[in-house]
Ligand binder design. Structure first.
Ligand code: DNO
Length: 398
């Protein structure tokens, strides 16, 4: 696997020389300042590439080329946004960038309720607590009908917790939930309610049909350009705020690859997001859908409680947590071997250590939540160790 690293641009507190020391081979980034629906210009792409080249890096993967809310809801300027998406793909292809990650989550992107939950080792990790989320949804946002979207015991626990929550705690809850909003956007609670209301008439089947329309418009274009689009799963992989989430499990990915059969219509396999669903079988998913995987995020989670598909969980160390990481990596190495045997030019799959706990100097450096330098360096080093061990075993067994 090609070891890549997410970098957020010149303001990232983890600088490119630090990434070099972590041993990553390539960079995953985006033009974070460009709003969804606006074209990524050749100049802006070239500028980002030259920032990377100055430190000997290439731009290996785009994460993300965002799909606008207008496209997801098929409202307003959505057709113009599709045209803009295709032009951005033209410009990325012309710059030699082939792997493009995106997601189709309504309104929110990844969502946590605590960005720095203390861990027993003294560091911190990101946490999603369904009861805190219910406090936000029912008592802070006051979304109409929110009580119906949680199990009864969660609603009751949230009522008790909300009654005791002070302003500091509720503000940090609002901030944590807002941190996952796409790009640098920050919404007020009223704006969030307005955006949610934009989905009043959109249930899972209609969102899926909008997604199919989007794929129909962009995948053939991407195929002509030789690009590999790859959809990131919902994180967490269940509905939030009464909004449908439709990329949460293996069946959803089977739907995706069947929706438009093309090598350009692929998967971002994120073990951290998908692994939260108790029934997820990641090694099996790689065996069954592996040929469509264009990008991999390796991360681990541990559920503290679950209610059906919903769960509270925290981001555990990369080799701890409930995903059997060596089994998953072994399946990915098998997939790469299959591709080599077929002569595929994309046999080496880009992989990044996803998120990391804040440890050592991370605790004072600041930067994008979930993306500390040392926590990710540790994750990458551990994952790299697993890859080397498995590759050694394969060489000596044959
Ligand atoms: C979280 C990330 C996601 C991901 C997007 C891809 O840390 O994995 O925000 O970048 O969902 O579109």
């Amino acid at each position: 696997m090609r070891q890549v690293w997410r970098w957020f641009g010149p303001d990232d507190t983890t600088t490119l020389p630090m990434v070099r020391q972590a041993g990553a081979a390539g960079i995953v980034t985006a033009l974070h300042g460009v709003a969804p629906g606006i074209v990524w210009s050749p100049e802006a792409i070239a500028q980002r590439q030259s920032e990377l080249a100055a430190h000997g890096f290439t731009w290996d993967v785009v994460e993300s080329l965002p799909v606008s809310e207008a496209i997801k809801t098929q409202s307003g300027d959505w057709r113009d946004h599709i045209d803009a998406y295709r032009i951005s793909l033209d410009n990325l292809a012309a710059a030699g960038i082939q792997v493009i990650c995106y997601n189709f989550m309504p309104v929110l992107d990844w969502t946590r309720t605590q960005l720095a939950a203390p861990m027993p080792h003294g560091g911190t990790a990101m946490n999603f607590d369904l009861i805190d989320f219910a406090v936000f949804d029912i008592h802070i946002l006051k979304r109409p009908g929110a009580v119906n979207d949680f199990p009864e015991d969660v609603v009751e626990a949230a009522r008790l917790r909300a009654a005791e929550m002070d302003d500091r705690t509720s503000n940090s809850l609002i901030r944590a939930i807002g941190s996952g909003l796409p790009g640098d956007q920050i919404f007020s609670l009223d704006e969030l309610l307005t955006r949610i209301a934009g989905y009043d008439k959109i249930d899972a089947p209609s969102l899926r049909s909008h997604f199919a329309d989007f794929l129909g418009e962009v995948v053939p274009h991407a195929e002509k350009l030789g690009l590999r689009l790859c959809c990131h799963p919902d994180d967490p992989p269940f509905d939030l705020l009464g909004l449908p989430r439709i990329m949460s499990c293996e069946a959803d990915y089977q739907w995706l690859v069947d929706a438009v059969g093309s090598p350009s219509n692929g998967i971002t396999l994120c073990s951290g997001a998908l692994g939260v669903r108790f029934e997820t079988d990641l090694p099996g998913m790689v065996q069954r859908l592996g040929s469509h995987i264009h990008f991999v995020h390796l991360r681990n989670t541990r559920r503290s409680q679950r209610w059906g598909h919903q769960a509270s969980f925290f981001e555990d160390e990369h080799l701890k947590g409930e995903t059997d990481m060596p089994a998953l990596i072994s399946a990915l190495l098998d997939e790469q071997a299959r591709r080599r045997a077929e002569g595929r030019t994309d046999a080496e799959i880009p992989m990044r250590p996803d998120h990391g706990q804040d440890i050592l100097d991370d605790l004072s450096r600041g930067g994008t939540a979930g993306y500390p330098a040392i926590g990710r360096l540790k994750g990458l080093a551990e994952l790299r160790g697993v890859v080397h061990g498995l590759e050694h075993a394969r060489r000596t067994q044959t």
